[in-house]
Design a binder for this molecule. Structure first.
Ligand code: ATP
Ligand code: MG
Length: 274
């Protein structure tokens, strides 16, 4: 059996190289409508990644769809590209929502995916999707994306808490733009520039500390040993260290943090009985 780490590396490679693999049986599609990225992941009946595609998103804000038509168009185009690569139709999908989002907004997310021509068989909480890939039975999974920070806490393979706050990588970018007196677009580039990681960290450290304090607060009533960090914003230098200093818990950073949740969403597709 491939490890979760292997599966994540394979999935990231498929996205980065825009290639696909020969699938086994029917296909399952995960649609992650993120604040910063829209990602479609395709896995087969053996749950092996076979294809994936990512697109920078501006149509979603804090987990809520702000431009329905554009979001639907993009998902439809991404689906079409994958179908051309795979030489077959994609039918069954799952999508995800930040924990705590209203049922009305969750319905809108599912509608975007359906209007792009997919059948939505399931809607999961984002950090729950991440936990499925990582096969987490105990501990907290924290997904720090562009607009939201969500957490799912597991005990004996059962979810006991699912929470979310509207803060993430975009918040870091705004703080950086303000501190350096530059545009948000410029700040976004600098934030991801490894050569400026120390300077960036010194400016946005308080934002990370706030995120870690949030998680510490959520976990305060529970006995937890491990925190698994996923989501693009967790790529920031020293992010895990700040979380450890604040919470004093064991921090685990799985590979390919941008793709853990999108990959996990596909694992939640329910294929109909034949
Ligand atoms: N190398 C990097 N260094 C720092 N930040 C990064 C890096 N790569 C991506 N990010 C940040 O990660 C965020 C995007 O992460 P992700 O794709 O997990 O978010 P999302 O799923 O679109 O958003 P959300 O889950 O909040 O709706 C952006 O704010 C982006 O700037
Ligand atoms: Mg996300």
């Amino acid at each position: 059996m491939p490890t979760p780490e292997n599966v994540l590396h394979q999935f990231a490679q498929l996205i980065n190289q825009q290639t696909c693999k020969q699938p086994f049986g029917r296909l399952k599609v995960g649609v992650d409508l993120g604040t910063a990225n829209i990602v479609l992941s395709v896995i087969d009946e053996k749950n092996q990644p076979v294809a994936g595609i990512a697109y920078p998103s501006t149509m979603i804000k804090d987990g809520i769809v702000v431009d329905y038509a554009k979001a639907s168009q993009i998902v439809s185009e991404l689906k079409q590209k994958l179908e051309e690569n795979l030489q077959q139709s994609l039918i069954y999908a799952a999508t995800a929502i930040p924990p705590g989002i209203s049922s009305g907004n969750a319905k809108v997310i599912a509608n975007v995916v359906e209007s792009a021509g997919l059948i939505v068989t399931n809607v999961v909480d984002e950090p729950v999707a991440a936990a499925t890939v990582l096969q987490i039975k105990n501990g907290a999974v924290v997904d720090v994306g562009g607009g939201t920070t969500g957490m799912a806490l597991f005990r004996h393979n059962k979810i006991i808490l699912s929470v979310d706050e509207p803060t993430g990588g975009t918040h870091m970018t705004l703080v950086l733009a303000g501190a350096l007196g530059i545009s948000v677009e410029n700040a976004e580039q600098i934030k991801k520039n490894a050569a400026r990681a120390d300077e960036v960290f010194s400016i946005i450290k308080p934002v990370i500390e706030k995120m870690a304090a949030l998680v510490k607060n959520w976990l305060q009533p529970y006995r937890t040993k491990n925190i698994y960090l996923v989501g693009g914003a967790s790529c920031i230098k020293n992010f895990a260290q700040v979380f450890h200093e604040q919470t004093r818990l064991n921090i685990i950073c799985p590979p390919e943090p941008l793709y853990v949740t999108p990959m996990g969403i596909a694992l939640h597709v329910h294929l109909p009985q034949r």
